[in-house]
Design a protein around this ligand. Structure first.
Ligand code: G6P
Length: 612
């Protein structure tokens, strides 16, 4: 949510930050802007819309500089517009700042500043903060760094800020609390960004800034301090992502590339962990917590969005295999309703980005109450990963498309492995079933590859239904969350209203929507709910609804009833969701594309939601 990139060093800074913004655009694309020091003077270029619009606006202008800060925005305070775009300037025009996050007490600070005669040219909390910093600098007659430290002690909320100072042209000042910030360490240069993607082509050496730390960056110097002004030793880590992983590689969209990467990413999430031949499963990040997990009184899964859907599938699997009660909570609701949590509860936080503010805050409050926290994250070194007591990375590689696809199937694979590991430790699974499920998980990548061969067929179905006003997605059991996920994917990228429902529950309301214009997608692979879902299909057909059914090879019954059939490979019902979601991802993709929408950057959405 909002992307930040900054550079200081021997290169021309503008092309570096411009390219960086394009890589970070998945975080928000309401407006974009850059501030740089040209001839010793601050220059700011910013524009409503995507980065390309800002680029066009800055074309031909003087952008020569060796220091720059840049921002791509997902609007919180104030509509998307030129004036609300970042960077924002201090009252005297000497400080420019970009910001990701929310300053919750900005109204109070703004009032204080208005009383002192400050005037604002935007509606943002960001402009208030940079005015506040400048006010402190002037009234205390101190350095910008000192003013930042004092100001941040008063700030309530989450932030990453980066400041460039006209009076101190060789220094960038950055600080973080609750939003991600990575420093890239090069030779005679430093990079700053919301994630590593703008950095990876220049250096693999990075430092993840911690909450309440302030970084002072010069071309050849990096100083890290805590908010009490004590020097911290930067922990330099090696990035393990390659440039190819963050480029489209010949695909029209990142989303399609990521959908097609799934046979490999699922394989990567299992690699080194699941060995079906020897019948072993090793999850290093759980080793210390296995006894706690096996003895858990309850497991609570907290997540948002697509990750929440993965949590729902895990609920079914863990309860089935481990006989431990599982609750799946929207992180935002869990956090604010004062939940009953304590010793004996294990929290599993599921998050692709590892930065989702609601999930982070939910974890913090459960931790305070004595629960053990495990993380299932995709981004290595992310805030959620670091806050967890243990956990398992999904290893799906960078996911750029805003609508999550490959991260979801990797989450499903990892959560299934976690369930198996707990069941084994607890002795609630027979050796035979354990081995059978290892084999099933081992085979799933290949079956996903087979499901992807349906792409052309799904495209034809997408064309047929793309003008529908609403869609209903139905499933039962392990496939119920897949119905929710299918509906979410469609909403996100085609802007068609879609609802997911448990197929039986449909009788209690949504059936009133059914007529000859309503496409109803049934996720109806062969499982223990099969007979029941066949009845539900009949109920829809009796009301003239159009049925698109996801079925399994060898099923003759459902194809005889449905208007359109998509046949996926058969798998054990615990593993089937990893396969049945594939055609739903493709369906949403093709409908979105055929309606002419930017499926990688759907309107109003952002990939990493770092505000509560
Ligand atoms: C946003 C994204 C979704 C994602 C959700 C949770 O809404 O657009 O794709 O599922 O956040 O994100 P997380 O990174 O915690 O999985």
């Amino acid at each position: 949510m909002c992307g930040i990139v900054a550079y200081i060093g021997h290169r021309e800074a503008y092309p570096v930050v411009l390219k960086g913004l394009k890589r970070l655009e998945y975080r928000g694309y309401d407006s974009a802007g850059v501030a740089l020091l040209n001839g010793g003077k601050l220059k700011v270029y910013k524009k409503k819309g995507k980065v390309a619009e800002m680029e066009e606006y800055a074309m031909g202008k003087d952008v020569k500089s060796h220091i720059a800060i840049a921002h791509t925005r997902w609007a919180t305070h104030g509509e998307p517009s030129d004036r609300n775009a970042h960077p924002h300037l201090s009252g005297d025009g000497k400080l420019a700042m970009v910001h990701n996050g929310i300053i919750e007490n900005y109204m109070q600070l703004k009032q204080e500043l208005l009383n002192k005669g400050h005037q604002f040219s935007s509606d943002t909390d960001t402009e208030v903060l940079i005015h506040f910093i400048q006010e402190i600098k002037q009234s205390n007659d101190c350095s910008t760094e000192e003013a930042v430290r004092i100001a941040l002690k008063r700030v309530v909320g989450a932030y990453v800020i980066v400041i460039v100072d006209e009076d101190n042209p060789g220094t960038l000042i950055a600080a973080r609390k609750g939003s991600p910030l990575v420093i890239g360490v090069g030779k005679g240069e430093h990079f700053l960004a919301s994630d590593a993607s703008p950095i990876v082509e220049y250096t693999k050496e990075v430092v993840y800034v911690n909450d309440y730390e302030i970084a002072i960056l010069r071309a050849d110097e990096l100083i890290l301090k805590n908010i009490s002004n004590e020097i911290q030793t930067p922990y330099i880590q090696k990035l393990d992502i390659e440039l190819a992983a963050i480029e489209k590689g010949g695909y029209d969209h990142f989303m399609l590339k990521e959908v097609f990467e799934q046979p490999q990413t699922i394989f990567d999430s299992l690699r080194g962990r699941l060995d079906a031949k020897s019948g072993t499963l090793t999850l290093g990040g759980l080793r210390e917590h296995l006894d706690t997990l096996a003895a858990a009184r309850r497991i609570i899964i907290v997540a948002c969005g697509t990750s929440w859907h993965a949590g729902l599938v895990a609920e079914y699997i863990i309860e089935e295999l481990c006989r431990i009660p599982v609750e799946v909570e929207y992180a935002s609701e869990f956090r604010y309703r004062n939940p009953v949590v304590g010793k004996g509860d294990v929290i599993i936080a599921v998050s692709q980005s590892g930065e989702t503010a609601d999930t982070l805050v939910a974890m913090e409050s459960a931790k305070e109450k004595g629960a053990i926290i495990l993380g299932v994250c995709n981004v290595v070194g992310s805030s959620i990963a670091r806050l967890s007591n243990g956990g398992v990375y999904t290893h799906a590689g960078p996911e750029i498309g805003v609508a999550s696809t490959k991260a979801f199937t990797a989450q499903l694979a990892v959560l299934a492995m976690i369930a198996l590991k707990i069941a084994q430790a607890k002795g609630s699974i027979t050796e035979q079933r354990f081995q059978h499920l290892l084999d099933e998980l081992h085979d799933v990548s290949e079956k996903v590859a087979t499901a992807l061969l349906l792409n052309d067929q799904v495209k034809v179905i997408a064309e047929k239904y793309k003008d529908a006003r609403d869609f209903l997605y139905l499933g039962r059991g392990y496939n119920f969350p897949i119905a929710l996920e299918g509906a979410l994917k469609l909403k996100e990228i085609s802007y068609i209203h879609a609802e997911g429902y448990p197929a039986a529950e449909m009788k209690h309301g949504p059936i009133a929507l059914v007529d000859e214009n309503l496409p109803v997608v049934f996720v109806a692979t062969k499982d223990s709910y099969y007979e029941k879902i066949v009845s539900n299909i009949q109920e829809i057909k009796a009301r003239k609804g159009k049925v698109i059914a996801i079925t399994t090879e060898g099923d003759a019954m459902i194809p005889s009833m449905a208007d359109d059939v998509i046949v996926v490979p058969e798998a054990d019902e615990l593993v089937a969701p990893i396969i049945s979601v594939i055609p739903l991802q493709l369906l949403a993709y093709h409908i979105g594309v055929s309606k002419g929408f930017d499926v990688d950057k759907p309107r109003n959405l952002a990939k990493s939601v770092t505000v509560e």
